[in-house]
Write a protein that binds this ligand. Structure first.
Ligand code: GCB
Length: 585
């Protein structure tokens, strides 16, 4: 008796223990034709996880003798919602909802046209756990709310199909991020859902980059294929490159001599790259640049660089985390108006289009995984998950010239477990990718009032968050902090800032006023500009953003440290202060 059983079983998730979609399952997507499953889906709030307990996806309406059974779902009668989206901003009754949601829809599949092909499901991101079912079968699950995942669904597809997704953003102290953050925990499947049909032998990955320290004259092309052996051909027509590489054990790599025009914020030049493997073909638009560190300097294409940045969340007052490209362009436009050449995409991987747009628009990027605050650093499963999220991000954005820094986390206490955890992540990032710098946003050492963190030895660039003038109201501490520190590596002030409610006025000492925020920006800039080892700043933050922790009347569930209001229209005076500083460069 199904109903009796399911309520008596406590470890119902055991049935979904396998088939974990991981970074190794991702397939290179550049230029691929996809079949979109975006659009209207039926959905239900499923607070008690009854779908997974009762296995609704089996659609068992009758017992074995044909007698009808009572069921607790009716997919076709459920309300609909257009995916991808953050359900919180779409449905007022779901604004504060956290927990399991069930989404389902039907679709037709052309079996004839796709005969002999391998078909993969790809979900751009869903927060935080996703369980995928197709035609009554459990397909896979994925952990992590900001990175894509893929799974081979070839053998499950039929002419008429039902897909069902359980998307669960219940917070938990063992997750990455942990249960306590300073941003809104938006629910649902908020990036594209698509199928991609590939020939049986296909290109699994393509990485293209300028070889570091090659005098800007060598391009490395690395490919992975589903087949063990074969030939991959690669063309970069504007560089007169037409070459091929041999695949052995599913991998191949070549280095070719070339003199590309280098990518930079001033010259965001991209080259068309095409790779072919048998029947399969992918394309990408790739910029070539070299980012490096020399002593306390950051160099872009061999030239010293100051990162004139600002931090941003993936958060829209209107669309939650499911920003549209126009909204991404507004972020970039506003940053450029500020005079920025660099953005910190805090605190988790943003949509892949953000890095693509920044490649085109000439904005450098810091990308980050949500190893944020009090992570369970002693838990091996938490580490594996963080590492996988980092790999998914690095795999997804490897070819983006704009991305110059991988950040392995933000504001974590310097403990032994944390050093091991984040140190290993930093080592892993270095191993995976020698074309970028590795950093993390560290805390100031409160005891010595200095930039001192054991993790620094694992990083190329030290990020430091300091809120002097705000959380530490004594402004004298800022020059002291700078004088007490003597880092051997470049430092980025990855955060400083102050809240200001748009239109709220008072004296410079009245917290939450525009005057107070402006004064803190002036003082910060006055000190920072004199410190030779500071090679960039990303003040907190470009736009006000939603945040459940912020309950004071002047906050209204928003973090008001933005230089611009959450609707992107109102510029606070601190915006011009930072803009004037950036104009000096
Ligand atoms: C921080 C965090 C950031 C917060 C910010 C704040 O240090 O890194 O996520 O939103 O402070 O406003 O307190």
């Amino acid at each position: 008796m199904q109903e009796t059983n399911d309520i008596l079983i406590s470890d119902y998730k055991q049935d979904y223990a396998g088939n974990n979609a991981l970074a190794k399952d991702l397939i290179f997507m550049g230029g691929r034709q996809t079949y979109s499953l975006n659009g209207e889906w039926h959905y239900a709030i499923d607070q008690y996880d009854t779908c997974l307990r009762q296995k609704w996806f089996l659609e068992q309406y009758f017992d074995k003798d044909g007698r009808s059974l009572p069921v607790d779902f009716s997919f076709q009668d459920w309300p609909t919602i257009s995916l991808p989206c953050s359900v919180n901003t779409e449905k007022p009754e779901l604004f504060w909802y956290e927990g399991p949601l069930v989404f389902t829809r039907t679709f037709s599949w052309d079996m004839q046209e796709n005969m002999g092909k391998k078909v993969f499901l790809r979900i751009g991101a869903a927060n935080y756990f996703s369980y995928i079912f197709l035609n009554g079968k459990y397909i896979c699950k994925h952990e992590g709310g900001s990175t894509p995942f893929m799974w081979d669904v070839t053998e499950y597809l039929e002419k008429e199909n039902r897909i069902l997704i359980v998307s669960d953003n219940t917070r938990n102290h063992l997750f990455v991020p942990t249960e306590n953050t300073d941003w809104f925990n938006y629910s649902g499947v908020y990036r594209d859902i698509e199928l991609v049909a590939l020939p049986t032998e296909y290109l699994k990955d393509l990485k293209v980059n300028l070889v570091p320290h090659s005098d800007f004259s060598q391009i490395r092309i690395a490919a992975e294929t589903s087949a063990d052996s074969g030939i991959v051909t690669v063309e970069i027509p504007e560089l007169q490159i037409a070459t091929s590489m041999e695949i052995q054990n599913g991998k191949g790599e070549i280095v070719v001599e070339a003199r590309p025009n280098l990518w930079s914020p001033e010259t965001p030049i991209l080259y068309d790259v095409t790779a072919t493997f048998g029947q399969d073909k992918v394309v990408d638009r790739v910029g070539f640049r070299e980012i490096s560190v020399e002593g306390r300097d950051i160099l872009l294409n061999g030239k010293k660089l100051f990162l004139r940045g600002v931090s941003v969340h993936e958060d829209s007052q209107f669309t939650g985390k499911a920003l549209r490209d126009e909204e991404r362009l507004t972020i970039i436009r506003t940053a450029k108006e500020l005079g920025a050449n660099y953005l910190r995409l805090a605190h988790y991987p943003h949509h892949e289009n953000m890095a693509k747009l920044c490649d085109e628009q000439g904005i450098l990027l810091w990308e980050e995984i949500p190893v944020y605050w009090a992570i369970a650093f002693d838990n091996p499963a938490t580490y594996n998950n963080a590492r996988n999220q980092l790999e998914e991000l690095m795999c997804r954005d490897f070819n983006r010239a704009s991305v110059i820094i991988w950040s392995v986390g933000n504001e974590n206490l310097d403990s032994d477990d944390r050093f091991r955890f984040m140190g290993n992540l930093a080592d892993f990032a270095h191993q995976y990718d020698n074309t970028r710098m590795v950093s993390a946003a560290c805390l100031v050492d409160g005891e010595t009032l200095s930039i001192k963190d054991r993790l620094a030895e694992k990083l190329d660039i030290i990020g430091v968050n300091e809120y002097i003038g705000w959380y530490s109201p004594n402004f004298e501490e800022l020059p002291q902090l700078m004088n007490n520190s003597n880092p051997t590596k470049p430092v980025i002030i990855s955060e400083f800032g102050a809240d200001a409610t748009p239109g709220l006025h008072g004296s410079v000492d009245d917290k939450g006023t525009e005057e107070c925020q402006e004064a803190i920006y002036r003082k910060q800039i006055e000190v920072i500009r004199q410190i030779p080892y500071i090679k960039g700043i990303t003040p907190w933050i470009l736009f006000d953003f939603r945040c459940p922790r912020r309950t004071a009347a002047i906050q209204g569930y928003y973090n008001r440290k933005g230089l611009v209001s959450s609707d992107r229209t109102y510029y606070k005076p601190a915006f011009s202060v930072l803009q004037s500083f950036y104009r000096e460069f």
